[in-house]
Design a protein around this ligand. Structure first.
Ligand code: HPA
Length: 274
């Protein structure tokens, strides 16, 4: 696909969504595995299933809703992706980040990205929320490979200040004051769909990773390219492979999300309000 073809698709999809009533969103959000219920807290919600949105691909994991929700929260216009596409689904990273490209085109200023992740840091435990300070991309790909869309950002974007420092420090303080035991750390992306091996987790820990997952980094790269304010929140759903002598499963991840949901909602609300 050429840059022009991709740009045309983005513009077509954005026009469709504007015609459906998605107007002037300020905050864009992606909800991760087990965390999709947050979209139910939106006022005056306009719900658009991905299957109705042109150029969206519709593959989804069961624990994801697969719909866009637009409405108000804490006085702001918020557009939520309840369910995301993963690189491992199609192996086409441009498809996986297409919804984020559309959020950029719709004009969001702040991008709040969430995920379930394995806990690599042995001082922490499942059920905690981690505000993302930085990331390591071990997926082997970068969603900006291919022709650059100069309308959105430069060919060689800086990644030094990707996760907005001021916002994450404020969020950390407010979350702690609200009684949520948040931590701050480095998210590491692996391609999936296998969970990692114990040796891979030891490697991730050695290079400075605190959490590991199969998403988020591609969307963040797109949002950073376009200069958005980015806040990342990982819900630590399980100890990463090999930390405990037991296997990992997707059921464990979705089950754990139910217990942390109240804290998650509080922290995401704070991130919208900031
Ligand atoms: N590894 C990768 N992705 C994940 C994990 C994990 O341990 N937990 C939730 N998503």
């Amino acid at each position: 696909m050429t840059a022009d073809e991709l740009r045309t698709k983005i513009l077509d999809t954005a026009s469709y969504l504007r015609a459906r009533g998605v107007k002037d969103p300020e905050v864009g959000m992606v909800l991760g595995t087990g965390l999709n219920d947050y979209s139910e807290s939106i006022d005056d919600a306009l719900i658009i299933p991905y299957s109705e949105i042109p150029n969206f691909h519709t593959g989804k994991v069961d624990s994801h809703k697969g719909e866009m929700v637009f409405g108000r929260r804490h006085g702001k216009n918020v557009v939520i992706m309840a369910g995301r596409y993963h690189y491992y689904e199609s192996m086409d990273i441009r498809e996986a980040v297409f919804p984020t490209r559309v959020l950029v085109e719709l004009g969001i200023k702040r991008f709040i990205v969430t995920n379930a992740a394995g806990c690599v840091n042995e001082n922490w435990h499942p059920g905690q929320l981690m505000i993302i300070r930085d990331h390591i991309n071990l997926s082997g790909m970068n969603p900006l490979m291919g022709p650059n869309l100069d309308e959105y950002g430069p060919r060689f974007p800086d990644m030094t200040y990707t996760y907005n420092k001021e916002l994450r420090e404020k969020l950390f303080d407010k979350a702690r004051k609200a009684g949520v035991n948040v931590v701050e750390g480095v998210y590491t992306m692996m391609s999936g769909p296998t969970f990692e091996t114990p040796a891979e987790i030891r490697f991730v820990r050695t290079i400075g990773g605190d959490a590991v997952g199969m998403s988020t980094v591609p969307e963040v790269i797109i949002a950073n390219h376009a200069g958005l304010e980015i806040i990342g929140i990982s819900f630590l759903s399980n100890m990463a492979a090999g930390v405990l002598d037991q296997p990992l499963s997707n059921e464990e991840v979705t089950e754990a999300s139910k217990h942390v949901y109240n804290d998650f909602q509080k922290v995401v609300d704070l991130a919208v309000e900031l």
